[in-house]
Design a protein around this ligand. Structure first.
Ligand SMILES: Nc1ncnc2c1ncn2[C@@H]1O[C@H](COP(=O)(O)OP(=O)(O)O)[C@@H](O)[C@H]1O
Ligand SMILES: [Mg+2]
Length: 255
């Protein structure tokens, strides 16, 4: 079974009207269980659109999207994926604990089940001591970790992330990259990660998918053969810089 299977997907917004935009054209993408795939490309090339199609937040103009062997709509109802955006999107009036519990409430889990799962998730993201805090009391990096905990709370097989670290300073960002990989390794979650940072894509991924400017197409796929676990030594290695160069060339070729 594949985690994600996208076949011949095109997305046209406002078809037949002024303002018609072909956001994606004939996209094929398969993601294996446990695989970490980054989508990279210039602003407006359709990265977020592709993620929203996988999440069934929009329906493709043509083509098919399957998650965990199910049509995207069914996968959404079954909570087969968690999602995290650039803005953590936490509810300010809910504590950290109650933010992470939200998807479990939607699932109708008992209070006891929610409490134990939330404790497990906050442990995983290193925020066990902050359960009773409110989002405004946390740093940006901590808020993103809460968002990741919430996205993973139902133990989905797939995590969708749209520039989740884009608003963070470089040091925090690198620390969260390492944490995210540790979490994914531990949970076995497949991840699709949107970024426009080449080094971030290379550091995190098994595969980097390069997209062209609008209408977005996949123009190259770069396999990243760096050792695991990825650590600071990897970030400084010649192989890392070689991979960054390969992705940069692929991006230039697509432009
Ligand atoms: N709901 C929408 N209606 C009309 N156009 C849209 C809509 N969503 C995205 N677009 C357009 O589709 C293109 C791709 O957008 P997006 O997927 O957000 O790009 P990216 O995330 O790569 O920056 C852009 O030209 C954008 O303006
Ligand atoms: Mg976007």
């Amino acid at each position: 079974m594949t985690a994600v299977s996208i076949q011949a997907v095109s997305q046209v917004f406002n078809p037949g009207h002024t303002g018609e935009v072909t956001a994606l054209s004939d996209v094929d993408l398969t993601v294996a269980p446990g695989e970490f795939v980054s989508l990279i490309g210039p602003s407006g090339c359709g990265k977020s659109t592709l993620l929203r199609l996988i999440a069934d937040l929009i329906t493709p103009t043509s083509g098919t999207v399957e998650v965990n062997g199910k049509p995207a709509g069914k996968a959404r109802l079954d909570q087969e994926y968690g999602i995290a955006f650039q803005q953590a999107g936490l509810f300010e009036w809910r504590t950290v604990q109650r933010n992470v519990e939200l998807p479990l409430e939607l699932r109708g889990q008992s209070r006891a089940e929610r409490r134990s799962r939330t404790a497990e998730m906050l442990e995983l993201v290193g925020l066990a001591d902050f359960a009773r805090h409110y989002p405004a009391q946390l740093s940006g990096g901590m808020q993103q970790r809460v968002a990741i905990a919430r996205a993973l709370a139902v133990h989905p097989p797939l995590l969708l992330m749209d520039e989740p670290f884009g608003a963070l300073d470089e040091m925090t960002r690198e620390r969260l990259q390492t944490e995210l990989l540790a979490i994914c390794a531990k949970t076995g979650t497949s991840t699709i990660f949107v970024t426009h940072s080449i080094s971030e894509a290379v550091f995190l991924s098994n595969r980097v998918v390069v997209m062209s400017p609008r209408p977005g197409r996949i123009t190259a796929t770069v396999d990243i053969d760096l050792p695991s676990p990825r650590d600071e030594a990897v970030r400084q290695s010649p192989a890392f810089f070689d991979a960054v160069t390969t992705v940069r060339k692929a991006l230039r070729a697509a432009a």
